[in-house]
Ligand binder design. Structure first.
Ligand code: ADP
Ligand code: MG
Length: 339
């Protein structure tokens, strides 16, 4: 087991649609441990705030004098092995079965480990039986973890199971602003919005970006402006772009412009279809590895000469038509973050 991180507080946790259920569940057990939902089981993808939330409850409860234990499954397992070796299992049991609040992180690692599942089962029973609060996290719903004893799996669903989804744009913006405030990094709204649209939903990745920006600006004695940000993020964006397909691009463009993807790929000549098709072709050319013949085939054109003619036309338009360029930039940013 290890210490709680004091910066993982409820105040520092930004709440939005993606995490409000999990937040409410954890908040309520931090106010009423052992009384309302037991256990609380939070699940969701990497870097979405599970550890932060569970430790926020731990911090609150510790401050009210409760004995709180936080451990990842790995730490719990190592502790177990050590006590078995030293023949001090009584102390192991004393520690984990007599605390007021037990936080066990990344439960999916119990999968297919029978010995530790057995020990954890008895820990769980002892705590639950004496009304002590248990909070668990995992990357999946208990039903989906697999390799778990049935009695454990069912107990994980006894209290409340809540998921955390990737943050939506507004939540990402709120998180970025919060992290900037905590780390005393100054960013304009334009830059905050840019990072939020371009970077995927993993919050840990966003934090990495912020510290990278901060470090670069300090080392190079420059202010963090939008050009600088785009430069620093260039590699990140390229990585995210790699698995974009022409389908994804066409779907996103179609949705944005309120027409059907099939219309973009049709031979339709109406103004809005041609407009959407040009944008799609340009972005597919920029963001995918598709060749000219592949593009021609996908967009229903005769051959690669037809497509290269179209691309030339689009490049002319980008120079002349500011609105067209802005639209392409906007959709490119959006797509770079959605793959
Ligand atoms: P997980 O345990 O789900 O992999 P973490 O709890 O370790 O994710 O979160 C990764 C980082 O992202 C942490 O530094 C955490 O503070 C931050 N984070 C995640 N979600 C939020 C949020 N909603 N508000 C503020 N910070 C968040
Ligand atoms: Mg975690």
């Amino acid at each position: 087991s290890s210490l709680l991180n004091p910066s993982y507080s409820f105040d520092n946790f930004m709440v939005g649609g993606s995490n409000q259920f999990a937040y409410a569940a954890i908040k309520s057990v931090s106010e009423n441990p052992g009384k309302v939902y037991n256990p609380v089981f939070i699940y969701g993808g990497v870097g979405l705030g599970k550890t932060h939330l569970m430790q926020a409850a731990g911090n609150v409860l510790q401050n009210t004098g409760k004995v709180v234990i936080y451990a990842t499954v790995e730490q719990f397992l190592n502790d177990f092995i050590r006590h078995v070796k030293n023949k001090t299992m009584d102390r192991f049991q004393e520690k984990y079965r007599k605390c007021d609040v037990l936080l066990i992180d990344d439960i999916q690692f119990l999968s297919n480990k029978e010995g530790i599942q057995e020990e954890f089962f008895h820990t769980f029973e002892a705590l639950k039986g004496t009304g002590k609060q248990i909070i668990l996290t995992a990357d999946k719903h208990p039903k989906k973890i697999g390799g778990l004893e049935a009695r454990l799996q069912s107990r994980f669903e006894w209290g409340l199971v809540a998921d955390i989804q990737p943050p939506e744009l507004e939540t990402k913006i709120a998180i970025i602003k919060k992290k900037c405030e905590i780390n005393k990094v100054k960013l304009s709204d334009e830059i905050v919005n840019y990072i939020a649209t371009v970077i995927e939903s993993n919050v840990r990745e966003i934090e990495g970006i912020l510290s990278k920006l901060h470090a670069y600006s300090q080392l190079m004695h420059v202010d963090i402006d939008i050009e600088f940000t785009k430069n620093v993020l260039k590699d990140q964006i390229k990585e995210n772009r790699q698995n974009l397909t022409m389908d994804t691009i066409t779907n996103v463009v179609a949705k944005d412009l309120n027409i059907k993807p099939s219309e973009i790929r049709s031979k339709g000549r109406s103004k809005n279809i041609v407009y959407a098709r040009r944008i799609s072709i340009y972005i597919c050319r920029e963001l995918t590895q598709s060749t000219m013949p592949q593009l021609a085939q996908y967009f229903g054109m005769k051959d690669h000469t037809a497509i290269s003619h179209t691309i030339k036309k689009i490049n002319d338009l980008i120079e002349k038509d500011e609105d067209f360029k802005v639209k392409i930039d906007e959709l490119t940013n959006k797509l770079s973050s959605s793959s």
